[in-house]
Design a protein around this ligand. Structure first.
Ligand code: XUL
Ligand code: MN
Length: 346
C-alpha cells in the first residue's frame, strides 16, 4: 500500500475579491491574518507568499525594514503552527515591470526586478525557507518582434545567476506558464525550465514548480509533466488545480474538470514519494466570481477534499491486477478498471 505524509500549502491570493479582466471586486477583502488562521483550521500547514503578501508596501521600505517586517510575520506563523513554503517576487504589477522583469528592454527595469528578487530572498531566509518561486509572468512577448528570444533567455540566465550568487543556499523553483498575461513565454513548460536550469551556474539549485492548469494551457497532460520533473529529481513544488482546455487561466478547484487526470496526478506524486524531502502539495485555486464572502474558502476545502479522495483511490489501486493486464497487453481492461475505480464500482 502506498502511504503519504503529504503536507498542504496555499497562498493568501487564493482567497480574493473576485475581480476579473471584465469586472471589479464582488467580495470585500479579508485581512491576511484572518486568512492564515482559516488556512490552518482547514488543514493547511504551509503558506505560499508573494514578496508583498509577506511585506506589504515593500517598494517603500529599506532593506532592513523589510527584514524586520518579515521577522514579525515569522513570529505570527510560528504562533499559528504554520510554515512558509516559498516566497515569489510579484514582478507583474509594478509600473517598472510593464515590459517584463528580468527580460525587460529597459536596463533600469531589469535592475528593479533583480532588487525585488533579492528582497524576496531576504524575506524567504527570515521566514525559514530556501525556496524562491519565479512565475515568469511577463518574461516573453506581446509583440513577437519586440524582444530578441536569444537575448531574452541570456538575460534570464544572467538574472538566475545573480540570484544564485546572492545567497548560496537559495533554490529557484521556476513555475512555467505558456501564455497570459503575455502572448508567448520564453519558458513555457517544465521541459524548458529544466533545459534552462542546466545552463545556469548552479543547476542543482534550479528546479520546477508544476501547476496543473499551466500544463493544460500548453496542451500537455499535468501528470506526465509531473512525472518528467520527478524523473529528474526536480519537482520541488506543485500547484494543483484544474483547467477547462485552452481558455484564460482558470485556477479551478482540483479535479473538477478532469477526474482521471486528477487521479493520475496524485498517483504519480504518491508512487514517487513526493513530499519525502519536505515538498508541499500546494494548491493554486480561485473561487468563482459568483460566490459570496461566506463561501470564500469553499474552493480550498473542496480541492483539499479532492486530493484526499484521490489519495484514497490511489491506495485502492490494484497494482497486481493492473500488472496482469499489462502483461496480457489488455489495455481496454485497464481503462475500464480505472473508470470503475473512479466511479466507486471497485
Ligand atoms: C499565475 C500563478 C501565480 C503563481 C505565483 O498563473 O499561478 O499565482 O503561482 O506567483
Ligand atoms: Mn501557480
Amino acid at each position: 500500500m502506498t502511504t503519504t505524509n503529504f503536507k498542504y500549502s496555499v497562498g493568501p491570493w487564493n482567497v480574493h475579491e473576485g475581480a476579473d479582466a471584465f469586472g471589479p471586486e464582488v467580495r470585500s477583502s479579508i485581512p491576511v491574518d484572518a486568512k492564515l488562521r482559516k488556512f490552518k483550521e482547514i488543514g493547511f500547514t504551509g503558506v505560499q507568499f508573494h514578496d508583498d503578501d509577506a511585506v506589504p508596501d515593500i517598494n517603500d521600505l529599506s532593506e532592513d525594514a523589510i527584514k524586520v517586517r518579515a521577522r514579525e510575520l515569522k513570529q505570527e506563523l510560528d504562533g499559528l503552527g504554520l510554515e512558509a513554503e516559498f516566497v515569489a517576487p510579484r514582478l507583474w504589477l509594478d509600473d517598472r515591470t510593464i515590459d517584463g522583469g528580468f527580460t525587460s528592454n529597459s536596463a533600469e527595469d531589469r535592475e528593479f526586478a533583480i532588487w525585488r528578487a533579492k528582497r524576496s530572498i531576504d524575506i524567504a531566509k527570515e521566514l525559514g525557507t530556501d525556496r524562491l518561486v519565479l512565475w515568469l509572468a511577463r518574461e516573453g512577448t506581446l509583440c513577437a518582434e519586440s524582444k530578441d528570444p536569444v537575448l531574452g533567455l541570456q538575460r534570464l540566465r544572467e538574472a538566475a545567476n545573480e540570484i544564485l550568487a546572492y545567497d548560496p543556499t537559495i533554490r529557484i523553483l521556476i513555475e512555467p506558464k505558456p501564455n497570459e498575461p503575455i502572448d508567448r513565454s520564453f519558458v513555457p513548460t517544465v521541459g524548458h525550465v529544466l533545459g534552462f536550469a542546466a545552463g545556469t551556474n548552479d543547476p542543482n539549485r534550479v528546479g520546477a514548480l508544476l501547476e496543473s492548469a499551466h500544463a493544460v494551457l500548453a496542451g500537455l497532460e499535468p501528470s506526465l509533466e509531473l512525472g518528467f520533473c520527478l524523473s529528474q529529481g526536480k519537482l520541488w513544488g506543485v500547484h494543483l488545480n484544474d483547467q477547462n482546455g485552452l481558455r484564460y487561466d482558470q485556477d479551478k478547484s482540483f479535479g473538477v474538470e478532469n477526474l482521471r487526470s486528477a487521479f493520475n496526478q496524485v498517483k504519480v506524486l504518491m508512487d514517487n514519494g513526493y513530499g519525502k524531502n519536505g515538498e508541499y502539495v500546494g494548491l493554486d485555486v480561485k473561487a468563482m466570481r459568483t460566490q459570496s464572502i461566506e463561501s470564500s474558502y469553499a474552493h480550498l476545502e473542496n480541492s483539499l477534499k479532492m486530493v484526499r479522495l484521490m489519495e484514497a483511490k490511489v491506495r485502492k489501486f490494484n497494482t497486481e491486477l493492473v500488472d496482469r493486464y499489462r502483461a496480457a497487453r489488455d489495455y481496454e481492461a485497464i481503462e475500464m478498471y480505472v473508470m470503475e475505480l473512479l466511479l466507486g464500482e471497485q
